[in-house]
Design a binder for this molecule. Sequence first.
Ligand SMILES: Cc1cc2nc3c(=O)[nH]c(=O)nc-3n(C[C@H](O)[C@H](O)[C@H](O)COP(=O)(O)O)c2cc1C
Length: 111
Amino acid sequence: MVGGSIYVGNIQKEVKEFCRDFEAELLEKNLGLFICAGEKNEEKRLDAIRINFPSEMIDHSTATGWFGYEVHFEKASFMDRTVIRLMMRIKKSFSDLKNENIAEFAAKMNA
Ligand SMILES: Cc1cc2nc3c(=O)[nH]c(=O)nc-3n(C[C@H](O)[C@H](O)[C@H](O)COP(=O)(O)O)c2cc1C
C-alpha cells in the first residue's frame, strides 16, 4: 500500500520518488494506492490520484482510496496554518477520517 496526503495538489515528494524508484517492483505486487485530502469534490479527488501516481500503477492497483483528512494546527508550520485559515477556512484542529473507505480498501486488498 502506498499513499500520502495532498498539499496544494501534490502528494509528498518522497511518495513520488518511491513510486518512481520502485515502480517495476510495485507492479508485481498486490498494490493499493490511497490519499488523505480535504477536497470535497469526488472528481477532483480522483484527479489528485491520477496526477500523483503513475498511470501504470493506478491501472495495476487492486484498490485506490480516499481516507478522508485531518488538520492539526499544533503540528502545522506557520505557512501551513495560514493556508488552513485563509484557504480552507478552518479555525481549529479536527479529524474527518473516512473509516468506511478505509474498511472498503482493506477488504479489496485482502480479497
Ligand atoms: C497547506 C495545506 C494544503 C492543502 N492542500 C490540499 C489540496 O490541495 N487538496 C486537498 O484535497 N487537500 C489539501 N489539504 C488537506 C490535507 O491533504 C489534509 O489535511 C491531510 O489530512 C493532511 O495529512 P497529513 O497531516 O498527514 O499531512 C491541504 C492541507 C494543508 C495544511
